[in-house]
Design a protein around this ligand. Sequence first.
Ligand SMILES: [Zn+2]
Ligand SMILES: [Zn+2]
Length: 786
Amino acid sequence: MSSKENENRRKFEPKIKEKRWNHQFEHDIFESWQKARLYGLKLNKGKRPFVIDTPPPYPSGTWHIGAVAQYSQIDMIARTSRMLGAQVLFPIGIDRNGLPVEIYTESLYKVKMRETPREEFIELCRKALDELESKMLETMKRIGLSGDYESKYRTDEPAYRKFTQSSFIELWKRGLIYEASRPNNFCHDCGTTIADAEVEYKELSTRLAYVNFKVKETGENLIIATTRPELICSCQLVIVNPTDSRYTQVQGKHAILPIYGREVEIKPHPSAQPDFGSGVVMVCSYGDYTDVLLFRELGLNEIIATGQDGRLTKEAGQYKELTIADARNRIIEDLKAQGLLVRMESIKHRTPVCSRSGTPIEIIPMKEYYLKQLDFLPKLKELANKIVFYPNTNRQILLDWLNSIAIDWPISRRRVYATEIPVWYCMMCGQSIVPRGGEYYQPWKDPAPVAKCSNCGSTEFEGDPRTFDTWMDSSISALFIAKYKRDKTFFKRAYPATIRPQGKDIVRTWLHYSILRCYQLTGRAPFSHAWIAGLGMDEQGQAMHKSRGNVVDPLPILEKFGADSFRFWSASEATHGSDFRCSELRIAGAHKFLTKLWNLSRFISSFPYAKNTTPMASDKWILSELAKLIERSMAGYREFDFFIPASEIRDFVWETFASHYLEMVKPRAYGQGFTKSQQRAAWYTLHTVLKTLLLLSAPLIPFMTDYVWRQLYSKHSVHVEGLPKPVWSRAYSKYTEQMLNFNKEVWKIKEERNLALRDSLEMDVPKGLKLFETDLIRMHSLTPKA
Ligand SMILES: [Zn+2]
Ligand SMILES: [Zn+2]
């Protein structure tokens, strides 16, 4: 570069002073949004409302990096909708009821829930929750979540619990809730019934015991293989497959139970599998779900062998009071001693376990409250088909679940830190007393809402000590945020919500229960769109679990790379709905892109902002590419698939704008040998592209875009602007391929000949690119071929 050129360039000082994007600015920028009440939330008439039924996150330890990525994308939904002209209601709630926090509290304070006075334990849970919640809110703010923090709600606040209880009372009155004793999933660790939706399956190794039963009529041996020998006491039937010729003779005869000596019938039934064990099966109450079905189908009398304490009942005779594991060991010893144990086999068994604690489920008949759902399945399928799903394929997760539901939803739980079931019982006649609703009731400590039993006149009552399944609370979030029964006008505008964003891991719980409950209460689906995100995995694609030690804490990563890098990584990692891998290396990659964008912005900030001028061919070309970029990005934004704008923007910036156009236009922007008007055209175009890029990436990287925007273009935030429109002609994009190829060819030749990029080269601009000749000659220092 000549000294004259150098001098010329020195005239242009970047308006953006900082050489690097300092992500510590993000803290101040967030403050400024809060101060300006940028996200103040009222739904006024005139503007299209866009209501997000934000998932209230559940604090029970370190916030999962995958979840934090999901929330930053939910924020992108909010920002996109605002920039598309909608009035966005983006509530912030915290889900604070139920089991996980009780378990967390027990381990944090080294206490046992069942050994701690209820009031005291509740206080400890609240304390634990407050600490976790404040960290969670801090993280939300750190990632730039543009929600309504001022009207934050909590599912354990009296107003919310009152709301849940009132909805229960309403459905109770309408006959949609009933109490029944049924075989139920029971987790001994959690000490409570759990719904099918919260049962998971694990391949666990277990022992299969081959035990000798006797056929009463013939005295012959009948070998039965079982994983649950401790349940022999509750056996009411032995079955063989009707097609199994080995056992044709024993059908209709009786089997004598070892140890107990009781006799049961031997019947043919298709659910006995000839290739499992010996092919003969004992039917107990209850070893598994098949047992439940057979007891129901054949009208067998259940024998309750397992208690709620996880120990065997008196039905087990000599094994009563033993834990299931101890009883199993003891009975195997005894069978062996009596010569009744033929052999033992180690097998892998697909075992139902509690999704919270991982404990194998026991099936115990218990009295619980049920909310009717079977009657609603046809309607729920109809609603599921009407809701718009992003991505559309994830609708199937819900439909599959609806097709598999076989029982109503058990909603009562034997837990403490959750919304109380608002029912009292008459001590004399047992009549249930349900209050009127509209207040927050704590039957375990409050007096009954009546003085006298209407049935028997007794004045003694007992409150139900149980609580609700936590999904009873969170499933009506769409109604709570829309001020159902509190503000009619607001409700009309805010319900149904526009969109329900959530992870695909809670489709069969939160999504399903929300549609069920809100439909029962309002006759309508709670939202018109459902955005179902994939899950965050570790670098190897494995689910993250505390026990595996592969959980990544997002906070140090946010400190290291900043929120925008984190957000841009989250958007560019996977298409919407697919699982994604959480890797620091990939986040560092997103950080590099931001550095590139910063450097570009800083470079462009050296030039004055020129109003519309007469652009030259290369200017028209990049604006044409910019128009295409907007179109493609908007297709992604409209589907809330942020992978599309993120990858389109990154490709445009790296592959087209920075490497080609910028190099072409530099000499002209510095004014070396060009007319004033040509120079101004370069300035105009550079700024137009930058402005557009800032607007287009604002939902993805709200901090840096706002910072640059305010430094260069406005005293107002970029977030009060609209997304850009593709207003330029796309005609010049027909030159793109040839232009990129020509530039690459020149660079290759120079490299081969060991020339510096600005060294001159004897070469003609191809005919097809004549329009761009002036810029191309200067860009490559071309001299005409002799
Ligand atoms: Zn459990
Ligand atoms: Zn009574």
